[in-house]
Design a protein around this ligand. Structure first.
Ligand code: SF4
Length: 282
């Protein structure tokens, strides 16, 4: 066994937290291994695993956080996940073996497995193979994504994902670009496609005072979401400062250091805007 492979087989996976700063965990993985991993999905680059999550899909979840993201959200609480090489290289068969250990417990707790990030679809082949293997074990699968790379999944591959947690960061295209560095168009196209395919979706919206709380924008997003017909619920996620120290440690300019979490009244106002369109919002 090569030393590269040995590291992949022995790096500890379980019980870690996405709030732990992780850098350079794959710095010794060769370029050719990374290229092949992305083409085949034989290896995934994972930031961490969390057990017992109650907020990343129905029931109690095992969550794997992928490394690599093409967005640069101003409020990102895990900027160490932007770089895929910060994650640990995990062979697909090792990831599925971890899942099989938790399978029974996850089913008993009406939960399942959630792949989050970072942006999982940066590693779309790994996502498809891991989700397919998970579903074959009878475990509910959820994908938390910004949707920008949704076109990488075929219709048949989408069937392997029981629930999409779709993060729409902003409705207005200029605001979205300012907030994330990318266009909102591909995300909205993916939302429309999921609607056409009648795939279940939970919409996620991070609420930041003075950044993503524009009433008119939210009204338009809520109307769009309601028109899709497949949004089972909306999670309004209040901005928090738990990621600030990561920005500081990574030496990246953090522009939201003075921003407070939204007041309860603001969260309720935004939830009501979604509810006014007939959606369940929490
Ligand atoms: S999409 Fe998620 S991981 Fe990527 S920058 Fe935005 S908040 Fe961070």
């Amino acid at each position: 066994m090569t030393s590269e492979r040995k590291t992949m087989e022995t790096v500890p996976l379980e019980g870690t937290s996405p709030f732990e700063l992780r850098v350079d965990l794959s710095k010794n993985v060769s370029e050719s291994t990374v290229k092949k991993a992305l083409e085949t999905g034989d290896i995934g680059f994972l930031h961490s695993f969390t057990t017992g999550s109650a907020v990343d899909g129905p029931g109690i979840r095992l969550v794997a956080w992928t490394a690599g993201c093409q967005f640069r959200c101003l409020y990102c609480h895990n900027p160490d996940t932007w770089n895929m090489m910060n994650g640990m290289a995990v062979p697909l068969d090792r990831a599925t073996s971890v899942l099989s250990k938790y399978g029974h417990g996850l089913k008993v707790m009406s939960g399942g497995f959630t792949l989050s990030g970072g942006e999982p679809l940066m590693q779309d082949r790994f996502v498809v193979r891991l989700m397919s293997a998970t579903k074959a074990m009878g475990i509910h699968t959820a994908l938390d994504t910004n949707g920008f790379l949704g076109e990488r999944l075929s219709d048949a591959e989408l069937e392997q994902i029981d629930l999409v947690l779709l993060d729409i960061k902003a409705w207005d295209s200029e605001r979205h670009k300012h907030l994330t560095s990318k266009d909102v168009g591909p995300t909205l196209d993916f939302a429309r496609r999921l609607s056409q395919q009648r795939r279940p979706v939970w919409l996620r919206y991070v609420l930041v005072p003075d950044l993503t709380d524009d009433e008119n924008d939210i009204d338009q997003l809520a109307a769009f979401a309601a028109g899709l017909g497949n949004i089972e619920r909306v999670d309004v996620l209040p901005f928090h400062q738990m990621g600030r120290s990561k920005w500081e440690k990574l030496g990246i300019d953090y522009t939201l250091s003075e921003v407070s979490p939204p007041a309860h009244e603001l969260v309720e106002r935004v939830c009501e805007q979604f509810r006014a369109q007939g959606l369940k919002a929490y």
